[in-house]
Design a protein around this ligand. Structure first.
Ligand SMILES: [Zn+2]
Length: 508
């Protein structure tokens, strides 16, 4: 079929597609979608009436537009990432694409909403200036509000009203969608010349009657009290360090009924005291057991896939540690913005003990997390891999024999010890639809996204069914944003301007 052009102003009907709309329990059912004014509407009384342009989707799989809940696409540290490894700019696509290419590539992949998950509050204006140039997608930013000295002081004195006022103000001025905390307290340790790595959640922070654990719980309560659409977005302490599974477990225990979203859990799930073949390994099983029993928690994985990329994190301590371990140059960024970001190139190899473990641990998380509605697919772009690798990741989740072949190429110590070998779960199309759009939209607090019900934004993707899920998801037949055809077979057809999603609006 050849999707025809349509503009967001036209009324049209998508005929005969096989709908995956998990929010409404539709799992591959044949149904029509009626679109008017950029939204999905109820079928008109005279269903065959004139004025409705017909688009034939027979034989195609229909899903809502993808929603990326955790990516890094704009702001100073992403620009530092573009500079630090010029050789990666020659890759096709570039490891850190320009903002224009980012929008075009995401849209071609069937994604229509994206969040940058770590913007220093002082960099919000710069990030928005850049995101204004991002074509097609709706976009939002998560602000690193807990790096601010006034917020830390209010958290230390347990002054909930002031914490809420400052967080609300940061979101209002910075037009943020959510609050992110990266390595709670760790940046402060690091700035005081103390190693921010291996820090205990209960260690007192330099100069403050405060601990990392109190930052997490008091901030999560403030976010909940403010009624923000997305709960506190948590990158906990000790990212990337052996033995850090205990820190993630303690982090999850801290919330105890308070809603929280755990970012890139793959980077926080390691056993061992050193980076050696005998002890380094997976701590996922007990973590997933806790996670599965606590519905207040959600997560994204931060899957590692093999290849060359750039790591960028709102966690200078982690970046410095990684640079020391790998011997590559790194950049510390955003210190002047009350943040603390680190940027460095990284090459993930399947024969590397650590990288192979990271790959296996990420997949283990996907397969052990029982409820897909609390899971958002991510590679923590570009940290674990480029977002263009999502179709490969979807195939690894949905095709066990393909996964087994990939597993057979890993470092031998990982093949011997990884529990992944015994996990045979395969994600269904419906489950893949949940973790790539329905769940991230719901977790982000976007009632008009991630579903195909009446009132939803007409962000719609048509795929050709294919037993090879990577091929199927890599090139949608057509992508509609707000009812307008924006991409077709990998080619961008229109560049509408997306909306900036801001949780708090000015009241002047
Ligand atoms: Zn991230």
């Amino acid at each position: 079929m050849t999707p025809e052009r349509s503009t967001s102003k036209q009324a049209w009907v998508l005929r005969g597609g096989r709908l995956h709309d998990p929010a409404h329990g539709r799992d591959g059912v044949l149904a029509d979608l009626w679109i008017e004014g950029g939204r999905i509407v109820a079928p008109p009384a005279q269903a065959h009436g004139s004025g409705w342009k017909q688009i034939d989707a027979s034989g195609l799989v229909v899903m809502p537009g993808g929603v990326d809940l955790h990516s890094h696409i704009a702001g100073p540290k992403v620009n530092a990432g573009r500079r630090i490894a010029p050789q990666l700019a020659r890759q096709r696509p570039a490891a850190v694409p320009t903002i224009h290419a980012t929008g075009a590539l995401y849209a071609g992949l069937g994604y229509t909403t994206v969040f940058d998950a770590a913007i220093a509050t002082g960099a919000a204006g710069l990030a928005h200036r850049e995101l204004a140039e991002l074509p097609i997608l709706d976009k939002g930013i998560f602000l690193l509000a807990a790096d601010d000295a006034a917020v830390l002081a209010a958290l230390a004195s347990d002054d909930a009203a002031t914490v809420q006022r400052l967080v609300r103000q940061a979101l209002e001025v910075g037009r943020g969608w959510a609050v992110k905390v990266a390595n709670p307290g760790g940046t402060l340790f690091w700035k005081h010349g103390r190693r921010g790595d291996h820090h205990d959640l209960d260690a007192p922070l330099p100069g403050l009657p405060l601990t990392g654990r109190l930052v997490l719980t008091r901030l999560a309560r403030a976010v909940e009290a403010l009624g923000l659409p997305h709960p506190l977005h948590v990158h906990t302490a000790n990212l990337g360090l052996p033995g850090n599974w205990r820190t993630l477990l303690e982090t999850m225990r801290s919330f105890d009924g308070i809603r929280a979203h755990l970012a890139h859990v793959q980077f926080h799930s390691y056993t061992g005291g050193n980076l050696d073949a005998d002890t380094f390994g997976s701590g996922v099983e007990p973590l997933a057991e806790w996670f599965n029993a606590h519905p207040e928690l959600s997560l994204d994985v931060g899957q590692v896939l093999f290849g060359d990329t750039v790591a960028m994190t709102g966690d200078s301590a982690a970046a410095e540690h990684l640079a020391r371990a790998t011997g590559v140059p790194w950049m510390s960024h955003d210190q002047h913005l009350a943040g603390g970001c680190g940027v460095l190139p990284i090459a993930y190899r399947e024969k590397s003990l650590i990288h192979a473990w990271q790959w296996a641990i990420g997949l283990e998380w996907f397969l052990r997390a029982a409820d897909p509605w609390r899971v958002a697919l991510s590679t923590d772009h570009p940290n674990g891999a480029h977002f263009l690798a999502y179709p490969l990741l979807m195939r690894l989740l949905g095709d066990e024999s393909f996964r087994r072949e990939a597993f057979a190429r890993l470092h031998p110590a990982v093949r011997k010890r990884s529990p992944l070998a015994g996990l045979t779960r395969e994600y269904s199309l419906q489950e893949l639809c949940i973790i790539t759009r329905a769940a991230p939209a719901r977790l982000a607090g976007l009632p008009h996204k991630g579903h195909l019900g009446v009132g939803a934004d007409a962000d719609i993707v048509l795929y050709r069914p294919n037993a090879d899920l990577q091929q199927m998801f890599a090139m949608p037949a057509a992508v509609y944003k707000g009812g307008e055809l924006v991409a077709e077979n990998g080619h961008v057809r229109a560049h509408p301007t997306g909306t900036t999603l801001a949780a708090v609006t000015f009241h002047s």
